[in-house]
Design a protein around this ligand. Structure first.
Ligand code: SAM
Length: 297
């Protein structure tokens, strides 16, 4: 029988290559055999936090030279990594948790290494994004990953506003100190009725997955002070096809109403969209009246 280590070794691991290696997001056991094999094989590891990675490696009896590559030095550190690749080394890149480059350092390093002509090889593994989505259900069949929202309320609202009609589920990352205000901002932007999944402390001792609506989310969080602690993935249902279709119709009617009377706008919009002319006429009237005019031709 083939041993598990042999399976990890089936692939070749050429020299002068950057290996992007996913590490656990909580439970230390969530590391792949290939990740351990490659971390043991490389000459050097570029790590977001060398102390944190040192502890993970120690759990698996691996000791390697570490290079710090974090948010604030990624471009300069990339030059050093490229020097090591030029010398023929295999270099691994890891972040503090999960998959590098996903709301984490790694992406700029990948760009620089590829631009310098070296191969980049990804080793898949844990990510909070995929972990939360895997337990969300069919309503997230199509999704958009948005990572962290801006911390300031004004910028956050501005980032959410154009997403109100977005038809895919939306996935956000959030830290404990902003979870309450972020949930409120999501409800303000998308209304109370949309489905919400809160995935907290995934793979950890106090893991919790809760599914309800945007209106119910704050009460779930407030029911126990502990629920506001830890790390969060938030998944929000996209606008329904009907709602986003209606928004498209509104946008079209608004443009037409600037040029032609209500009846004509409804006729053209019906021809372009295939929607009911009567329904569009009624909506065009509403829009015209909202605009302060009440002359239905
Ligand atoms: N690169 C990581 C990944 O692949 O998921 C994400 C790193 S990002 C700096 C950290 C954020 O990811 C946290 O604030 C949280 O939103 C999310 N996250 C990471 N681990 C998590 C966990 N165990 N449970 C829930 N969310 C988590």
């Amino acid at each position: 029988m083939t041993s598990l280590l042999e399976l990890a070794q089936v692939q070749q691991y050429p020299a002068a290559t950057l290996y992007v290696v996913a590490t656990p997001i909580g439970n230390t056991a969530d590391i792949t055999l290939r990740a351990l094999h490659v971390l043991g094989l490389v000459d050097r590891i570029a790590a977001e936090d060398t102390r944190n990675t040192g502890q993970l490696l120690a759990r698996y009896g691996i000791s390697k030279p570490l290079v710090a590559v974090h948010e604030h030095n990624e471009r300069e550190a990339a030059l050093r990594v490229i020097e090591h690749l030029r010398a023929g080394e295999r270099v691994a890149c890891v972040s503090d948790a999960g998959t590098p480059g996903i709301s984490d350092p790694g992406a700029k390093l990948v760009d620089a290494v590829r631009a310098a002509g070296f191969q980049v090889v990804p080793l898949p593994g844990a990510s909070a994004l995929a972990t939360a989505l895997s337990a969300a259900g069919d309503w997230v069949a199509t999704f958009t990953f948005l990572g962290f929202l801006p911390p300031k309320p004004k910028q956050r609202a501005a980032a959410l506003q154009p997403l109100a009609d977005h038809g895919h589920a939306m996935v956000f990352y959030e830290a404990p100190h902003r979870i309450v205000e972020t949930l409120q901002a999501l409800a303000d932007a998308f209304g109370p009725a949309r489905r919400l999944l809160i995935a907290r402390e995934l793979t950890k001792l106090h893991e919790a997955l809760w599914c309800g609506t945007l209106a119910e989310g704050p009460a779930w969080l407030a029911a126990d002070a502990n629920r506001q602690r830890g790390e969060f993935v938030l998944v929000v249902e996209g606008a329904s096809a009907q709602a986003s279709g209606e928004a498209d119709h509104d946008a079209l009617l608004r443009v037409l109403l600037e040029e032609v009377p209500v009846k004509g706008a409804a006729k053209i919009a019906a021809a372009l969209t295939g929607a009911s002319r009567n329904a569009l006429y009624a909506r065009a009237l509403e829009l015209k009246n909202e605009g302060g005019e009440d002359d239905a031709d």
